[in-house]
Structure formats: C-alpha cells, structure tokens
Unconditional design. Structure first.
Length: 478
C-alpha cells in the first residue's frame, strides 16, 4: 500500500484543487465578496507578489478585478486590498471601529520573542503607541537636532570624504542605525552598534521574503537574525536597568535616550515593563530606522545625483542656511523650517520610491465597501502603489516634480508614505529631520554623480538598488 501512496496522491491532487476552486467560487458568489483570486492552496499569491513586485501586482489586479478593492491570499490569510484615496481614507478613518492592528504571523515570528508571536499586536505595541508619540513629537525632537547634525558631519568625515566613490545605501544604513542606537538606546561605541547591525541586515533582507522556513532560505535566515537581535537587545536592556538602579532618580530621569525612559515607565497596574516587552517595542523602531529611513535617504540621494536642476535648487536653499551660520554652529529647528524646497524634493522621492509598501489590518466586524462584503476576521491591506502613481491624483506620475507639494499639495489620502489616521507612523517627524539634516550636510559638501545611470532597483523590505547606489563625489571648492 505504501508503494501506491504517491500515485494515489498524484491522482487526487487535481481533483482536490478543482474542488478548492469550486468552493472558493461559491463562497465569492454567495457572499458577494470582492473579486479576485486566492492563488494556490497554502501558497496563496505570495509567489506572484514576489515575482511581479508590489507595484505591478497591485496595478494588474486593479485593472483585472476592481479599482476599489480586490481579494487575494497572502501570508496564509484571506485578504481584501483597498485601493486609491477612498480606500486609504476608509481604512484610516475606521481604525478601531471596523479594523484593528494586525501583522502577518510570518513577520511576528521573525521580529518578536516566541512567547509573543500569537499575542494581539495592540497588546504588544501598547507601550510604543502610548509612549513613543510623546517622545517623537516635534517639541521633543528638537533636543535631538544637535546630535543628528554632529553625527552626520562625523559620518561624512569618516565614510565619505576619504573616498572618490561611495555606495549610498550601505552608508545610509550605517548612519541611520548609528543615530537610532544613540538616540533610542544610548549606544556610542561603534562595536556595540555593529553587534546589532550585522543581524539587522539579515533580518530586514529576509523578513518580507516568501515565508518558507527551510534551511538556506532568506526567511529562515531572517528568523535567525531576529533571534540574534533580540538577544543583543536583551543584553543592552539588562545592563541599562542595572545602571539605572545604581543612579539617583534625578540622574535617571535626565538620561536622554528612549530606552532609559522606557525602563522607568509603568503599565496601568503600576508594573514596570519586562525586558521582552521593551525589546518587542524597540525592535520595530530600529527596523524602521535601519531599513525604511535608510531607503528614504538613498532615494533622495539618487534623485539629487540623477537630476542636476533639482540638485541646484536644493543646493541654493541649503547654502543660504549654511552661510547664515558659524563654522561649528549646529542646525536649529528654525533652519529645518526654512528647508521647504528640500522637503518637497524629499516628499517627491517618497512618492516615487516609497520605503514602505502599506500596512495590514484585521476586520473586527463584517462591513460593506464599494458594494462588496468584507467578512469579520478577514485581513485588509492599504497600499501606496494604488495612489502614488495614479495619474488622476498626480499628472505625469513618472515625472519628478517637487512643485506637486507646493501650496495645499496633493489631494488628501493620495500621498501616504507614513500612513494616516490614528495609526499614522509616529516616526514621521523623526524621519523628516533625519532626511533633511543628511541632505544639508551632503549637498553643502558635494555634488553627486551616479556611476551606474540605469541601476536596477529591487524590493526586499524596501526598494534596494542592486549595487547599493554608487555615486562619485565632487567636493565643492572652498
């Protein structure tokens, strides 16, 4: 009998798949579900998403099924993908009413401690949502500006000036992680930063890959990288907790880094948060700083190197600010507010090359959208790719045009690199400061020239130039 088993399975598989398609069709027909396909059993459409890339994946399905909402299967879940400004608005404005936070289990498995993988995301991120908003507000961020500026200068002195050609992506990741480690963790030793940087690179590269946990796969490596990151964070947290116990209350509260403040926060029951809870909250911030912000910085540098007329306007604006300051005088909040054209350039870069692809939610009650039923328990996804290059919102969408953001800017809910509504990324202002400070320091020192004019960009967790965006540096004459 055992010998016949492979033949029996081979004979039954086509019939089982046909039955699966019939059941799926009947469910869609009976429940008025959004049009679309769930792809292959178990695999869903993960492979198609990886092969096509999110922009083409979304575009094809909007054309073939519906420009408002379509269904698919990703990360082992039935999912409704909401499209366009109206889809963004609907999900943003119904947070905690019709939908709530959700991350794919494959992501949670790579990022979190095993004990928290099946925990509600809202519970895991409770500390982050209630606490980080205050820490990352513009008023609080003002104290970070001198550190950002000083570290950017130091980074360019050590990593850029000695070289004729630099790879922007790799150096951007190094800079953004060093800055995050200093501001969030209070780390100043480069060796301590390197202990996090190496596994972080593995984690972010494989976290959004096809979720096959087998030896040798990118996802398997991401899980191992995440474990190493958590171990290092736990070591840092334990060490800092011991240091705080040795200090007076006055000394502890004066520590500027986020970790030290987290260790003094209590929950609603007056209990301090555990090392694992703090690590789970920190790792999201660090991943965003390491990958998403570095991707945003890289995109800006790419367009500055590629478009001389854009560079010249940014250069003029930044040099006016530089000339108004002494040689060792740091940037101030007032200086940042003067960088209006530079920020429009950064926003246009984020429109064309968004570092994040969108976000997931889970439906907490059945509802109707665009005439279709979205059942309770389904997952939803809003995506930058359904609006950022839509000619209805952005005429000549492939053209780089910072003037789109002048005046009132683009229509609401069309430009969404940071999301929107109650769940808008709390790090939006932090990212704005980091990008503008880096732009100022690079542009006032160098003109950039791409060494690979048509370098291909692929998607890992964020858009990634395959060669790391090598640029030739042309230092300005004094």
């Amino acid at each position: 009998m055992d010998a016949l088993l492979p033949y029996v399975i081979a004979l039954l598989l086509p019939h089982l798949f046909l039955l699966y398609l019939i059941i799926s069709f009947m469910r869609n027909k009976n429940n008025n579900l959004p049009p679309g396909t769930r792809g292959w059993p178990a695999l869903g459409e993960n492979l198609e998403l990886a092969l096509l890339g999110p922009a083409k994946f979304i575009k094809d399905r909007m054309e073939n099924y519906s420009p408002d909402v379509f269904q698919t299967s990703l990360h082992g879940e039935r999912m409704a993908v909401f499209c366009g400004a109206q889809g963004n608005k609907f999900l943003f404005n119904n947070e905690n009413k019709l939908v709530t936070s959700w991350w794919p289990k494959t992501m949670r498995k790579a990022l979190m401690f095993p004990e928290f993988v099946d925990t509600n995301v809202k519970q895991v991120s409770a500390l982050k949502r209630s606490f980080h908003h205050d820490i990352l507000k513009p008023e609080a961020l003002k104290q970070y500006l001198p550190v950002m500026d000083a570290l950017a200068r130091q980074h360019l002195d050590h990593e850029w000036i000695p070289n004729a050609v630099v790879k922007v992506l790799f150096l951007s990741k190094k800079y953004t992680l060093e800055l995050a480690c200093r501001l969030f963790l209070g780390l100043v030793d480069p060796e301590d930063v390197k202990k996090l940087a190496d596994p972080f690179n593995v984690l972010t590269q494989g976290m959004s890959s096809v979720p096959i946990d087998l030896p040798g796969t990118a996802y398997n490596r991401a899980i191992k990288g995440g474990k190493m990151v958590r171990q290092e964070l736990t070591r840092i947290i334990n060490k800092r907790r011991k240091e705080l116990m040795m200090e007076t209350t006055n000394e502890s509260t004066k520590r500027p880094d986020l970790l030290s403040k987290m260790l003094l926060v209590t929950d609603e029951n007056g209990q301090l948060f555990s090392e694992m809870e703090i690590s789970n909250n920190l790792i999201g911030l660090l991943v965003a700083s390491y990958d998403a912000t570095a991707s945003a910085v890289t995109a800006v540098m790419n367009y500055l190197a590629q478009l001389p007329h854009i560079y010249e306007e940014v250069f003029k604006e930044q040099m006016e600010i530089a000339k108004s300051k002494g040689p060792n005088e740091m940037l101030t909040w007032e200086d940042i507010e003067k960088m209006k054209y530079s920020w429009n350039v950064a926003r246009e870069s984020l429109r064309l090359t968004p570092p994040g692809q969108g976000a997931f939610r889970e439906t907490i009650t059945e509802f109707t959208y665009a005439g279709f039923t979205i059942p309770k328990g389904w997952k939803t996804f809003w995506t930058v790719h359904s609006s950022h290059k839509n000619p209805e919102y952005f005429p000549e969408p492939e053209k780089f045009d910072p003037s789109r953001f002048e005046g009132s800017g683009p229509p609401p809910y069309t430009f969404v690199p940071f999301g929107g509504g109650p769940r808008m990324c709390p790090g939006k202002e932090y990212a704005r400061l980091e990008i503008l400070v880096f732009m100022h320091n690079v542009v006032t020192r160098f003109k950039l020239e791409k060494t690979i004019p048509n370098e291909k960009v692929v998607l890992h967790a964020s858009p990634t130039p395959v060669h790391g965006l090598p640029v030739r540096l042309h230092p300005h004459e004094n």
